[in-house]
Design a binder for this molecule. Structure first.
Ligand SMILES: NC(=O)c1ccc[n+]([C@@H]2O[C@H](COP(=O)([O-])OP(=O)(O)OC[C@H]3O[C@@H](n4cnc5c(N)ncnc54)[C@H](O)[C@@H]3O)[C@@H](O)[C@H]2O)c1
Length: 447
């Protein structure tokens, strides 16, 4: 009993003294900011990644994420034997860590089922290198049960016991890239442990980098918390998207309705319509629960319906574009269209699941000639599902005016509504970027 306590206490005291070595597996959009927060709090951090190009760049102090300046990283690059940051592809070094945080991707397969290969591979890497006295925290978004059913058996396979020899928790990442108001430190962190001792060590770890830690009773509760948050967003965005299409038919401006509704000081949270859902989380995570629910003979109708409505939005935008061109005696075939904003949301350079990619494909299928502008994405890279090989077109007077139509898909702050309005021939605005039509009321169509 004494030795059990002493192991836990030893780890907690190493954490409190900032002597604990932190290993972050998957140094991506989630892992890199998390690494920086541990570094800024005074810990030493090792970033583990299978992408050697990323590892090389990080070791030179180069951030590859637009909203994270390299200056935040470069001052921590570890010189020989000193503390600070180092990135590696060598998973064998996991054994040197006190706390290991899993931040690898959790996408869907092409059959829209959870693709657990990254979590499983990481689990195996950790299991091979697990030693007594380590804490493992899962941060990747996943279905309830992953930590206990999938990872725990791997970690216990060599005879080590959870809560006694090592500690295992789930603590969902709530990062909102580009959010200027909240950051990792000020967003409360939910933690659930496999055992009480696991939870205690987990709370000690996160208390050292965030202002508020919220303990929950199990890892399943913590896993489900993250899914509730994202499903809530997906469903409410779908609701407002559906109302947009109805109100449009009724001649009511959804944006004006939202502005009025949000003056209610209670019971209403504002969501905005758009060209569809994007990003690595909201279009994907809800389906992790849909998949798990089948085990319980349960169909997640809200999630399916929201998915259907949100997936349909790019088709709606394309139809509005066709109608607007038609009104001017133009056909979509051979129409020249400039799409503004490739990223899935404003002021970020992330185009994962971006509805803009689907919009380009659908417009091209109809015979339109489509270019794009995005100040943060000079070249559209290949993604798993889309092959759009284009370069961003500069937003000059000549360029904007030579297109039959400009489709605003992302409302980057850099976009000047007056400039776009003045120089384009026709604007399809999915984001309410252009609020004042001035002298050109006939030029803008909302979609
Ligand atoms: N991006 C967000 O805003 C956000 C917010 C909350 C939660 N999440 C969740 O966090 C997790 C990570 O998302 P992300 O956006 O950081 O993904 P990402 O693709 O930006 O980063 C993941 C990194 O993991 C690396 N990787 C993959 N397999 C690996 C392995 N076996 N070992 C080591 N490294 C490996 C990849 O090379 C990549 O660098 C996902 O579960 C996601 O749902 C993301």
């Amino acid at each position: 009993m004494l030795s059990v306590l002493s192991l836990k206490e030893k780890l907690i005291s190493r954490i409190r003294a900032k002597e604990a070595d932190i290993g972050i597996i998957g140094v991506g959009y989630v892992g890199l900011p998390l690494a920086l927060h541990f570094l800024e709090a005074g810990f030493s951090v090792t970033g583990f990644d299978i992408d050697s190009e990323k590892v090389n760049r990080l070791n030179k102090g180069e951030s590859y994420i637009r909203h994270i300046p390299s200056s935040r990283l470069i001052r921590f690059i570890r010189l020989k034997n000193s503390r600070g940051f180092v990135a590696t592809t060598d998973m064998g070094r996991i054994s040197e860590m006190d706390a290991i945080l899993i931040c690898v991707p959790t996408p869907l397969t092409n059959k829209r089922e959870p693709d657990m290969q990254y979590i499983e591979n990481t689990g195996k890497d950790i299991a091979k290198n697990l030693r007594v006295g380590q804490l493992i925290s899962v941060e990747s978004t996943t279905y309830p049960g992953t930590t206990r059913e999938l990872l725990l058996p791997l970690f216990e396979s060599d005879g080590l016991e959870v809560g006694k020899d090592f500690y295992l928790i789930y603590s969902p990442e709530r990062e909102d890239p580009g959010n200027k108001k909240y950051n990792t430190k000020t967003i409360p962190k939910v933690v659930g442990g496999i055992t009480k001792d696991c939870l205690e060590v987990g709370v000690a770890l996160y208390s050292s980098i965030v202002e508020e830690v919220v303990s929950v009773s199990t890892t399943e509760v913590a896993e489900a918390t993250k899914l509730l948050e994202n499903i809530y967003r997906a469903v409410n965005i779908a609701l407002v998207n559906e109302l947009k299409t109805l109100f449009d038919r009724m001649g009511i401006d959804i944006w004006e309705v939202i502005e009025a509704a949000k003056t209610k000081p209670f019971g209403f949270q504002t969501f905005f319509p758009g060209p569809g859902l994007g990003g690595h989380c909201i279009p994907i995570d809800p389906f992790y629960l849909t998949w798990k629910a089948r085990e319980y003979d349960f169909s997640t109708r809200f999630i399916e319906l929201a998915g259907e409505i949100n997936t349909n939005m790019p088709y709606y935008v394309v139809q509005k574009t066709i109608d607007a061109l038609n009104e001017r005696g133009r056909s979509i075939k051979n129409a020249r269209i400039l799409l503004l904003g490739l990223a899935y949301k404003k002021d970020v350079d992330d185009l994962r699941e971006s509805p803009s990619l689907r919009l380009i494909e659908l417009l091209e299928e109809k015979g339109a000639i489509v270019d794009y502008n995005d100040p943060y994405i000079p070249k559209a890279p290949k993604t798993r599902r889309h092959r759009i090989e284009k370069h961003s077109v500069e937003l000059t007077v000549e360029n904007v005016s030579r297109y039959d139509c400009v489709v605003i898909s992302t409302d980057h702050t850099e976009y000047d509504p007056d400039f776009i309005l003045k120089h384009s021939n026709l604007v399809i605005d999915t984001r309410n970027l252009i609020k004042n039509y001035g002298d050109y009321p006939e030029k803008v169509k909302r979609a």
